[in-house]
Design a binder for this molecule. Structure first.
Ligand SMILES: Cc1cc2nc3c(=O)[nH]c(=O)nc-3n(C[C@H](O)[C@H](O)[C@H](O)COP(=O)(O)OP(=O)(O)OC[C@H]3O[C@@H](n4cnc5c(N)ncnc54)[C@H](O)[C@@H]3O)c2cc1C
Length: 239
């Protein structure tokens, strides 16, 4: 094993809430093979927690009594597969993915630019913004199980809902293949800039949080509009 193995590692530094006690053990693999080898050697009942950027994870003060697999800064390759397909490792940051696609003149991932998570975390939660959700782009994912075995899965293997995904048990994402459209790189970059500017103007970026606390209702109304209307019924709306 060539990865980084840490014992009794405080998790606060790995989450956007910046709170949480220690993990009994934390492993950051160097690549997929190394990850497979590590998983094969784990006791079969070892509790596992996968972490990307930790931007949707709240760790309790008591910490995690098992092993954390950290993908931040690893499994972070992006490959163009064709004029319309791209493969990204689970540790790729959503922002980097969006910029890479825009640079390559591929359209569809711009909404990911402001989401402060990894592809793995985005797949686990069907992350989305500005009307887009990551699973709408996915044609195939590669997963790994507790024995280090790799599996090719497609969206039909999962139940995908608003910020919720369930699928084969005891498998975790190592990469995803996305289907995109060829288009204008300049326009894609402009959309990214606009999305980021809107976020910067409306969200307390940089403060400890996990983003939204409320879910959008199913009638298409954005929750932030409802909250502002309730909090400020007669006032001018901020948009
Ligand atoms: C300021 C801010 C703004 C945000 N804005 C948005 C937004 O616009 N839209 C949105 O959808 N979310 C948003 N979020 C929430 C968060 O960024 C997303 O949910 C993101 O997808 C989480 O990715 P992550 O890598 O940080 O996941 P983590 O927090 O590390 O993990 C989240 C969950 O995914 C699991 N997981 C992580 N990696 C894997 C893997 N490889 N395989 C299987 N499971 C895995 C973890 O075990 C955990 O259960 C925001 C958060 C913040 C702090």
């Amino acid at each position: 094993m060539q990865g980084k193995l840490l014992y009794n590692e405080p998790l606060a530094q790995y989450t956007s809430w910046q709170v949480g006690g220690p993990a009994r053990c934390l492993y950051k693999p160097v690549d997929q093979e190394d990850l497979a080898e590590f998983l094969r050697k784990l006791p079969p009942n070892e509790p596992l927690l996968w972490l990307g950027y930790g931007s949707n994870t709240l760790v309790r003060d008591g910490g995690f009594p098992g092993t954390v697999i950290l993908l931040k800064g690893t499994l972070n390759q992006i490959r163009l597969l064709s004029d319309t397909a791209m493969q990204a490792g689970a540790g790729v940051g959503c922002a980097r993915l969006a910029r890479f696609a825009a640079d390559a003149g591929l359209i569809g991932t711009e909404f990911l630019a402001g989401i402060p998570g990894t592809v793995g975390g985005a797949l686990a939660l069907n992350a989305g913004a500005n009307g887009g959700n990551i699973w709408e782009l996915v044609t195939e994912v590669t997963t790994i199980d507790r024995n280090g075995m790799q599996h090719q899965r497609n969206p039909q293997d999962y139940t995908i809902a608003y910020r919720q995904v369930s699928g084969p048990e005891n498998e975790w994402f190592v990469s995803a293949t996305l289907n995109l459209k060829p288009g204008s790189s300049t326009e894609a970059k402009e959309r990214i800039s606009n999305y980021l500017a809107r976020r910067a103007a409306t969200q307390p970026i940089g403060q400890s949080s996990a983003g939204s606390t409320f879910r959008n209702p199913s009638n298409g109304v954005e929750i932030q509009r409802l909250i502002c209307t309730v909090a400020n019924p007669c006032g001018r709306q901020p948009w």
